[in-house]
Design a protein around this ligand. Structure first.
Ligand code: A3P
Length: 299
């Protein structure tokens, strides 16, 4: 069908995996090509206790998955992989998935997705009004993190070019899941909806306990201050790096992935020329002007 059309095999000079456009969203073809993801998402029925953890790739979604799973599970540290505990919605029709079927999963269903606001399933009645927790991260760190991920995490993405070229694709919105600015602005417009919580990676990094309290308030969960501290400590970068069930396993050679790479605000400058910084300021950050959305760039 047209929505599963293969749109990209190479991006100009360099390989960047294959992409398909599914309901207006540019996705890796292994997730969606000929597997009916378009129909799946169109027919997906939300429930009022569903929680979608949402973000553009490399914005801190895995971190948020672990935090939220622990909130729901009294601070337990699980040995089960995060992808089984909080399923990746966008992989629901992945041909070789080892995940259980999301549709029949017991409630409350915690799901992670990179879908933009316009494409995500929405409830239409009181019984299907699910919640969305969105995390946004400054685009300089996102693009550096995404580049390193795409470079190393074949076969899903399989990018083989230099950073400058990847940054150009990011600016044009041709990396998977499309334009970063459209993604964050699409969700930012709904930040005051009563079923949307909009968080920033940088706030989580600076003060995780306060963000855990915000999440609990939004979810209507009462947890003690001791539990807030415990979850914050168990979800630091180092703690999660030492717990392989807290991140994703998918690598070129089967070795442990760089999924948790540096986990910092800033540290992107080594990758940027002064010209690229100017371009990013104008063509990426500039598009946020007037929206009120701002980021700590760590510089
Ligand atoms: P870096 O590549 O900059 O290290 P996502 O899960 O949305 O793909 O985001 C991945 C990014 O979040 C990676 O960024 C990863 O290291 C970072 N991250 C994951 N867990 C983290 C944590 N506990 N603290 C800080 N950053 C974390």
């Amino acid at each position: 069908m047209a929505s599963d059309e293969l749109i990209q095999e190479r991006d100009g000079e360099y390989r960047h995996g294959k992409a398909v456009m599914v309901r207006g969203v540019r996705m890796p073809h292994v997730y969606a090509y000929l597997t009916g993801f378009a129909e799946f998402i169109e027919n997906f029925t939300t429930k009022n206790d569903d929680v979608f953890i949402v973000g553009f790739p490399r914005s801190g979604t895995t971190w948020l998955q672990e935090v939220i799973w622990q909130i729901f599970n009294d601070g337990e540290i699980s040995r089960h992989p995060i992808g089984h505990r909080v399923q990746f919605f966008d992989e629901a029709k992945f041909p070789h998935t080892t995940q259980p079927d999301i549709t029949t999963r017991a409630s409350p269903r915690l799901m992670k997705t990179h879908q933009p606001f316009h494409a995500i399933p929405k409830g239409t009645s009181e019984n299907s009004r699910c919640k969305y927790i969105y995390v946004a991260r400054n685009p300089f760190n996102v693009v550096v993190s995404y580049y390193n991920f795409d470079l190393k995490m074949a076969p899903v993405t399989d990018y083989d070019g230099p950073f400058e070229y990847f940054a150009d694709m990011f600016i044009k919105g041709t990396t998977y899941w499309g334009s970063w600015t459209e993604h964050v602005l699409g969700w930012w417009k709904h930040k005051d909806d009563d079923n949307v919580l909009f968080l920033k990676y940088e706030d989580m990094k600076k003060d995780l306990p306060s963000q855990i309290r915000l999440i609990c308030k939004f979810l209507g969960k009462n947890i003690t201050e001791d539990m807030v501290d415990r979850i914050a400590q168990q979800c630091t970068f180092d703690a999660m790096k030492n717990n392989s069930s807290a991140y994703w396993m998918m690598t070129r050679d089967g070795e442990l992935p760089n999924f948790l790479r540096k986990g910092q605000i800033g540290g992107w400058k080594d990758y940027f020329t002064p010209e690229l910084i100017q371009r990013f300021e104008k063509e990426v950050l500039g598009k946020l002007d007037g929206s009120g959305l701002q980021f700590d760039l760590g510089r």
